[in-house]
Ligand binder design. Structure first.
Ligand SMILES: [Zn+2]
Length: 130
C-alpha cells in the first residue's frame, strides 16, 4: 500500500492513479512530503509571529507607550522575520508543486504582503517622530 500525496488515501502500490481523487500516484509525491511539512511549518510560524507582532507591538505596546521608536523598530524586525519565513515557505512551494497545500500559497502571499505593509506603516511612524 502507499499513500496518495493529494488526498492521503491508502492506495494499492500497483496503481498509477488514485481511486479516491484521480490524481497521479507518482513517486514524486512521496519525496515531497517532508518539504510540504517544512513549508507548512515555515508558513505557520510566520503567521503566528505576524499576529503576535500585530497584537504585542502594534497593539498593546503602542497603546501603553503611545508608540515609541523602540516599539516600531522591534515590530519592523519581527515583520522582517515573518517576511523571511514566508519567502522560505514559498521557496519550498516552488521546488515541488503539491496540490494538497496549494490553498496555502495565497495565504502565504497575503501574509507576505501584510508584512510589507506593516513594515511600511512602522517606518512611516518612525519618520514622523524622527
Ligand atoms: Zn488521492
Amino acid at each position: 500500500m502507499k499513500t496518495c500525496s493529494y488526498c492521503q488515501e491508502q492506495q494499492p502500490t500497483d496503481r498509477a492513479y488514485c481511486t479516491a481523487c484521480g490524481k497521479s500516484l507518482s513517486l514524486a509525491g512521496e519525496t515531497s512530503k517532508e518539504e510540504v511539512v517544512n513549508r507548512n511549518a515555515f508558513a505557520a510560524l510566520g503567521l503566528l509571529l505576524f499576529f503576535l507582532t500585530l497584537v504585542i507591538f502594534d497593539g498593546v505596546a503602542t497603546f501603553l507607550f503611545g508608540g515609541n521608536t523602540t516599539v516600531s523598530l522591534l515590530s519592523i524586525i519581527c515583520y522582517a522575520v515573518v517576511l523571511c519565513l514566508s519567502v522560505l515557505a514559498l521557496r519550498f512551494e516552488k521546488k515541488k508543486m503539491v496540490n494538497e497545500a496549494q490553498g496555502n500559497v495565497s495565504l502565504i502571499i497575503a501574509q507576505t504582503m501584510m508584512s510589507i505593509l506593516m513594515i511600511l506603516i512602522n517606518l512611516q511612524q518612525l519618520m514622523f517622530r524622527g
